[in-house]
Design a protein around this ligand. Structure first.
Ligand code: ADP
Length: 273
């Protein structure tokens, strides 16, 4: 079932470039996998990720920032849950960014995110992020084009600064189809246990689907860099999404190649009484 797609191929295939078109990326792509196999492979990938994270946490000399963006019902929360299941929670720092508070609004738009950039040894997960300031802000007209159009460059420089200072930045767009979004929103309406997730505003945003897709396309094209790459993850099937995200995490942690710090001198053969 694995076919020709080895881990690096998956990572390469999902990577974005500066002329991507979301229409060319199939949200329902199964990457040649079958569900049962992919679920087992996910557990294996996460075991490797967990091992790498132990060293990364102990080494404390780099950080990893994972930015998660998606349309509503794109699966951000589910992705975070499944990834958190496999790693030491003490080494993970999850932050969600909603409508800015008065205090946040009184500052520049990067202020609130920079404050939550992960510390060395930590994997920071941003559930929404500074990208909202070129997505919802652009689509809903919360700021004029003369303001948001400058932000792509700010963001590139901000992420470059993080990278230069030791934070690996990885950005993931969970690419869900319009039909799958409809299904998931309907489920939220119908299922009493899911209803709390549904906001009437989701329907307004759904009407702006094409504008959001265009805003995502431009954000990804303009800010995907070798230091802070974007990945477009097929997200209609949770089992595909989870395995792809696990492979991306593994790939980047392997690139970091964390090592346990050396023991202090004089530890050799020490007897603890
Ligand atoms: P989620 O949909 O991620 O589960 P919420 O239901 O709390 O979380 O929604 C967060 C909302 O905050 C979204 O509608 C999003 O567009 C909005 N938001 C996030 N950042 C900004 C921003 N900078 N300006 C305006 N709205 C924002």
């Amino acid at each position: 079932m694995y076919g020709p797609l080895m881990a690096d191929d998956v990572v390469k295939r999902c990577r974005a470039d500066d002329h991507i078109d979301l229409h060319d990326r199939d949200p329902g792509d199964k990457l040649g996998w079958d569900k049962q196999w992919a679920q087992a492979a996910f557990a294996e990938e996460m075991a490797v990720v967990s091992d790498l994270q132990r060293k990364f946490f102990a080494a404390e000399n780099t950080a990893l920032l994972v930015v998660l963006q998606a349309m509503d019902a794109g699966g951000k929360d589910g992705t975070i849950r499944s990834v958190l299941n496999g790693v030491n929670p003490a080494g993970v720092d999850v932050n969600s960014f909603g409508v800015p508070s008065d205090e946040e609004r009184a500052h520049d738009y990067l202020w609130r995110v920079h404050a939550h950039a992960p510390a060395m040894g930590q994997i920071g997960i941003f559930n929404r992020s500074h990208y909202e300031d070129v997505l919802v802000v652009r689509v809903k007209g919360f700021a004029p084009e003369s303001v948001w159009s400058k932000r792509y460059d700010h963001i590139k420089h901000f992420e470059k600064m993080l990278a230069d200072e030791g934070t690996h930045v990885v950005k993931i767009f969970l690419n869900v189809s319009k039909e799958k979004q409809r299904e998931r929103l309907q489920d939220r309406v119908d299922d009493p246990d899911e209803r709390w997730k549904f906001r009437l505003g989701d329907l307004d945003d759904r009407k702006l689907w094409d504008d959001y897709q265009a805003a995502f396309r431009d954000a990804i094209r303009k800010t995907t860099t070798p230091d802070a790459p974007w990945y477009i993850v097929p997200a209609d099937r949770k089992w595909v999404r989870n395995l792809v995200v696990a492979k991306i995490l593994r790939h980047h942690l392997e690139q970091i190649d964390p090592q346990y710090p050396p023991a202090d001198e004089g530890f050799e053969g020490l007897i603890v009484e």
